[in-house]
Design a protein around this ligand. Structure first.
Ligand SMILES: C[S@@+](CC[C@H](N)C(=O)[O-])C[C@H]1O[C@@H](n2cnc3c(N)ncnc32)[C@H](O)[C@@H]1O
Length: 335
C-alpha cells in the first residue's frame, strides 16, 4: 500500500487512541489493566504478550501502542548515537546526483526516527515510511517532519508491508535506510534479507536502538540479573534475535562487503523519565515472568518495590542499546 501524506501537524494526534484498540481483556477498560502498550511487547504474566486490535487473530503480529512509542521518543532522541552522523553525512554528500535524499525508514512506528534525523541532515528529503501496522503509519504520516537542517523541504509517503521481505528492487534509488528499535524484533533470516537488500542497492543503513540485553538498576537488587536473563530469553522466543540482533546484523552486513560501525545508545532514565521507567519495568518484569513462571511471586514483590522507588524518584535505570551504521559499497544507482 502506498499513500502520500499531505499536511503535517508535527504532533501525534490523540485519536484513535489505545482505548479503542489496546484492551487485551475485552470488557475491561484498558486503563484498568496493567497492559504495557508496546513495551517489550508484553503484558501481565499469563496474558497474551501483545497489544492487539480486538478483531485481530491469534497469529497476528504484535502491535505497538502509539502512547508507548511517544513515551520513549524523548529518551530515544537523547540516546541516539550522534557520532555516527558525520560518517553518514560524508557518505550522503558523495552520492551521485543532487536531486535530494530518498530515505526509507523501516518499522517506522509513529515516525520518531524521521522526526529526529530529518532536521539533522541537509537538503531536500523524501522519506518512505514502512510498517506493517496501518494504524501507526497513519500517525507517522500526520506527524512527519517538515524541514531539513538547512530548511529544505521534507516530504513523506507511507508503505504498508513486511520489512522482512525487502528486496534490493524495493530500495532502488534509495540514499539511506534507517530503522529504530526494529532489529531485535526480527529473525536471522529477516536481518539477512535486510542486509542483502541494502548492500544490493548500495545503500547505507543507520539501524538504531537495538537492545543489547544489559540493564543496570540503581540501587541494585539480587533479583535484577535473574529478571534480565529471563527477559532476554523471552526476547529470543520464536526465533527472534532480541539481544543477539546487533551481532547478527554486523555479520550480515560485513559478509556482504559493508563497513560497519557500532556505537552505544543507552537509555539513561532518572526521575525525569519516571513514566517511561514505570512502563518499561512492567513490560520487562512481565515478560520475564511469562518466560519463567516460577519467578512470579518474587517478581511481583520486586516490581512493586521498583515502582515505588520509581515514584519516589529513587530509581535510576540504564537500558543498553546499540546503534549501527553500515556503509555498503555504492553501486552507482543511488539518487
Ligand atoms: C518497537 S517499534 C519501533 C517504532 C519506531 N521505529 C520507533 O523507534 O519508535 C517496532 C516497529 O516495527 C514494526 N515492525 C516490526 N516488525 C515488522 C515487520 N516485519 N515488517 C514491518 N514492520 C514491522 C512494528 O509494527 C513497530 O511499528
Amino acid at each position: 500500500m502506498r499513500k502520500t501524506a499531505t499536511k503535517q501537524s508535527g504532533k501525534i494526534p490523540a485519536q484513535p487512541g489505545p482505548r479503542e484498540v489496546a484492551s487485551v481483556n475485552p470488557g475491561v477498560p484498558a486503563e484498568a489493566e496493567s497492559v504495557i502498550p508496546g513495551a517489550g511487547p508484553s503484558t501481565r504474566p499469563g496474558e497474551r504478550p501483545t497489544v492487539r486490535l480486538r478483531d485481530a487473530g491469534p497469529d497476528d503480529a504484535p502491535r505497538y501502542a502509539p502512547e508507548w512509542l511517544e513515551l520513549r521518543e524523548g529518551p530515544d532522541a537523547a540516546a541516539r548515537a550522534a557520532d555516527l552522523l558525520d560518517p553518514l553525512r560524508i557518505r550522503l554528500a558523495n552520492l551521485p546526483g543532487k536531486a535530494g535524499l530518498v530515505i526509507h525508514d523501516l518499522g517506522c512506528g509513529t515516525g520518531s526516527m524521521g522526526r529526529w534525523l530529518a532536521s539533522r541532515l541537509d537538503g531536500p528529503q523524501h522519506w518512505i515510511l514502512h510498517d506493517r501496522d496501518p494504524y501507526l503509519l497513519h500517525f507517522a504520516a500526520v506527524a512527519s517532519p517538515r524541514s531539513a537542517a538547512d530548511g529544505s523541504r521534507v516530504t513523506v509517503e507511507t508503505r504498508r508491508g513486511d520489512v522482512g521481505l525487502l528486496t534490493p528492487d524495493a530500495l532502488a534509488g534509495a540514499s539511506l535506510v534507517t530503522a529504530s528499535a526494529l532489529l531485535d524484533v526480527l529473525t536471522r533470516e529477516e536481518i539477512d534479507t535486510l542486509a542483502a537488500a541494502c548492500t544490493g542497492a548500495g545503500c547505507p543503513a543507520l539501524l538504531t536502538l537495538s537492545v543489547a540485553g544489559r540493564v543496570e538498576l540503581t540501587p541494585a537488587d539480587p533479583l535484577d540479573e535473574e529478571i534480565a536473563d529471563a527477559f532476554n530469553a523471552h526476547q529470543r522466543r520464536g526465533g527472534l534475535l532480541g539481544p543477539d540482533a546487533v551481532t547478527v546484523a554486523c555479520e550480515a552486513f560485513s559478509e556482504r562487503g559493508a563497513t560497519v560501525r557500532l556505537h552505544p545508545s543507552a537509555w539513561r532514565l532518572g526521575p525525569a523519565e519516571s513514566a517511561l521507567t514505570a512502563q518499561w519495568l512492567r513490560g520487562w518484569v512481565g515478560a520475564a515472568v511469562e518466560e519463567r513462571p516460577e519467578l512470579k511471586e518474587r517478581a511481583e514483590r520486586y516490581l512493586q518495590d521498583r515502582l515505588e522507588a520509581c515514584r519516589a524518584g529513587e530509581l535510576k535505570v540504564v537500558v543498553h542499546h546499540s546503534d549501527l551504521l553500515a556503509l555498503s559499497r555504492p553501486t552507482g544507482g543511488a539518487s
